[in-house]
Ligand binder design. Sequence first.
Ligand SMILES: *Cc1c(COP(=O)(O)O)cnc(C)c1O
Length: 507
Amino acid sequence: MDLRYQSTRGEGRALLASEVVLKGLADDGGLFVPTSIPELGLDLRNLRKMDYRQTAFAVMRRYLTDYTEAELWACVCQAYDGKFDTPKIAPVKEAGGMYYLELFHGATLAFKDMALSILPHLLTTAARKQGDTRETVILTATSGDTGKAALAGFADVPGTRVIVFYPKDGVSPIQERQMVTQKGSNTFVVGIRGNFDDAQAGVKRIFGNAALAREMDSAGYRFSSANSINIGRLVPQVAYYVYAYGRLLAMGALQEGQRMDVAVPTGNFGNILAAYYAKKMGLPIGKLLCASNDNKVLFDFFQTGEYDRNRAFFLTSSPSMDILISSNLERLIYEIAGDAGENRARMEQLEREGRYAITAKMRARLADFAGGFATGEEVTEEIRRVYAQASYVLDPHTAVASCVNRKYRQAGGKEGLSLVVSTASPYKFAQTVLSAIDPAFAQTSRSAIDPAQDQAGDFAMVDRLSHILGQPVPEPIEQMRHAPVLHDTVVEIGEMETAVRRILGMA
Ligand SMILES: *Cc1c(COP(=O)(O)O)cnc(C)c1O
């Protein structure tokens, strides 16, 4: 029996994995979820011997049941190869008594590579299986890292085009440069005058536009999404939690069956939802620690049971988490409500009023989760502390989770071993990192090396970090140093659809 997927808003029939990977978002505006979360079905004793590909295959085949084993294995092998700078793909490192799962060894130096290096293969395989010959247009909103990872994953993949919308003033200089230098005749990058939530809402609006979908269809195009609203993003992310458990067994840090707590730097709630799925599959995970920056809408939600996005929005040193509408939370709300109607009512209220509340009964089903947040100062302090203690350098996103984890344990919330999910290379955020660990930099006035003024300043900081760490600058950053800017379009929020039409030649 194949596993089926249904919309969190209840409409439409249950679909196969390959169908939902192709569609991205459900027609009723909901997100696809499996009708039941499958069992892991693995003997934990074998896990320590399995490499990344074997683990990813074993986990993903539980979800993508209508892919043949040969199809799925081919996807896994095309994704997790020499694009990663280590054969371990996702190494686990110990530093200062904590364990860090490093998910930034792919082509764009952020954890989005874990899913976006396989999604194009899952998608083109799905199109082949469904006999769909239309060109797939990947529409993606990014808070910084998804965009580049989607561009890199889909560049020059036949039968696809990828269009990325990013907040023009809401990403780090290195993140922006990574995107605007992207090569590939099928890649398009558009800045918007708005924040990530505006970009994501705009993309969802385009997806929900039935008239446009009909026009697209007759022009031979089909939209899909590379955002974590696509189940093809979420499923590959479940795999690295299982892999991490195997690594911890191999390191002797855990015995089979012992629990690990995971601390996840969270924005759109995709990464931590994957951990929740891993736990539901039977992986021994204790607490799921949801770590936020100053945009702590999720922390407040776990504290009070009320989700309220009506608040000030902050640009922080962890821009990939600067989000007030965490799309994937809908999948959890659906799960704890146990009913699509209950979920739909809340999502509609969120759209209308920017807030909703859950019932006491629903809250009781969130006991696996704990929320925490770290301020900008705490983030800098955490980077400094871990570096001083263990000569290990955290990027600001990882530092949010590391700090939240530390505070949580100090407050006595310990269950098992702590695994902090490390989501980006420190080189992507050199300025924040240097301001924490480099006394010389901390004394330099900000304007002397202002990346907004001076692009050479970004590379000066990268070089300085490389010097301090005694490591070469990572290849993906080195390659950008002299790369020409190939994308310079910037539009207003209301012009996103027009931009898409122009790119597809259907103005
Ligand atoms: C996207 C991103 C996050 C947030 O992950 P979600 O799945 O959106 O919660 C955290 N850190 C980095 C570096 C990211 O790129």
